[in-house]
Design a protein around this ligand. Structure first.
Ligand code: PEP
Ligand code: MN
Length: 343
């Protein structure tokens, strides 16, 4: 349930509502917007009728049910978009953020060359896998702590905040020492023990959509993080499984627009995993921005043909620079509409 306070509600009236929500057996979550305060009553087993009755409490405008199963993630709870600050880079604001870097950290030289190169081309965050979720146990599994140290050095040299994947609750503490943001990979989207643990950290989380997850499941996975106390969450669409075989996954651009409609959380797109093909990354990244993505994450390798993971979808530095220039170019003019006519 959501208690919408009136725009003239006093701090005491808001406090009273918070107190009554607790008394009724729910947890209060407060959103102070520019115009009004919203207090969400979440949890199970509370006395719902007591919350409904708050509609006549002083300072209360309306009490409404939250229509969706994800409560804290919902736009109803927070109509204004959330901005997630990752080491000074704001995701979810006016500007589109580009995160770039290799699928895996393979060596100090490889990562540092990539980090400096993507920074020169305009990326404002660095990615690099240290713990890799690989389909086969015989494939490169990542350098672990050694990779984290290299990522830390790259951040020091370039100033780019770093995101890296966490696969296990065991690795959370050490990854928190080195990274600015932790990625929950597609395969771990519903690893509920991991989500509960990450909810207790103070690090921003990038949560990828599982390849077979519907949007509701993706948003409920994010709800685990918010309900556990971490509201610095960014969603990432990275393609889902469909009958198509010409691309590695099918990037679901509509889900980006939908997630933004349903939720206040920032949403990013991953055209690298979403297509699996170098040649499609620029076009799909542009399309993702057109549908409202707050950021793009792209795999870049100094020599993709030598990459230990995801070479076919990795751009080299020259290709990445070209994609970056393309992201700044305007969309094509619309037939029959002169420039400025829509305004
Ligand atoms: C990755 O980012 O390299 C990765 C493994 O992503 P995903 O979880 O989307 O497959
Ligand atoms: Mn990858």
């Amino acid at each position: 349930m959501i208690v919408n306070m009136s725009d003239s509600a006093t701090p005491e009236q808001i406090e009273h509502v918070i107190h009554r929500i607790r008394e009724a057996g729910f947890q209060p979550h407060i959103t102070r917007g520019t115009e009004r305060t919203i207090v969400a009553a979440v949890g199970s087993g509370g006395r719902r009728h007591e919350i409904e009755a708050l509609s006549v409490a002083p300072g209360v405008d309306t009490v409404v049910a939250i229509a969706q199963p994800f409560k804290l993630v919902s736009r109803q709870t927070r109509p204004e978009p959330s901005i997630v600050n990752v080491g000074g880079v704001k995701i979810g604001g006016e500007e589109v953020v580009v995160i770039a870097g290799p699928c895996s950290v393979e060596s100090r030289e490889q990562l540092l060359e990539t980090a400096h190169g993507v920074k020169r081309a305009g990326a404002t965050m660095l990615r690099g896998g240290a713990y890799k979720p690989r389909t086969s146990p015989y494939e490169f599994q990542g350098l672990g702590i050694e990779a984290l140290k290299i990522l830390g050095e790259a951040r020091e040299q370039t100033g780019l905040p770093v995101v890296t994947e966490v696969m296990s609750t065991e690795d959370v503490d050490v990854i928190c020492e080195y990274a600015d943001m932790l990625q929950v990979g597609a395969r771990n989207m519903q690893n509920f023990a991991l989500l509960r643990r990450l909810a207790t950290t103070n690090k921003p989380i990038l949560i990828k959509r599982g390849p077979s997850a519907i949007v509701k499941e993706w948003l409920l996975a994010a709800e685990y993080l918010l309900s556990g106390g971490n509201n610095q969450v960014v969603l990432c669409e990275r393609g889902i499984k469909t009958f198509e075989t010409a691309t590695r996954n099918t990037i679901d651009l509509a889900s980006i627009a939908l997630a933004k409609e349903l939720s206040h959380l920032p949403v990013m797109a991953d055209p690298s995993h979403g297509t699996g093909k170098q040649s499609l990354i620029g076009a799909v990244a542009r399309a993702a921005i057109a549908v409202g993505a707050d950021g793009i994450i792209i795999e870049v390798h100094p020599c993709p043909e030598r990459a230990l993971s995801d070479g076919p979808q990795s751009l080299d530095l020259t290709q990445f620079e070209k994609v970056m220039r393309g992201l700044c170019a305007p969309l094509r003019p619309l037939a029959g509409m002169k420039a400025g006519q829509a305004a």
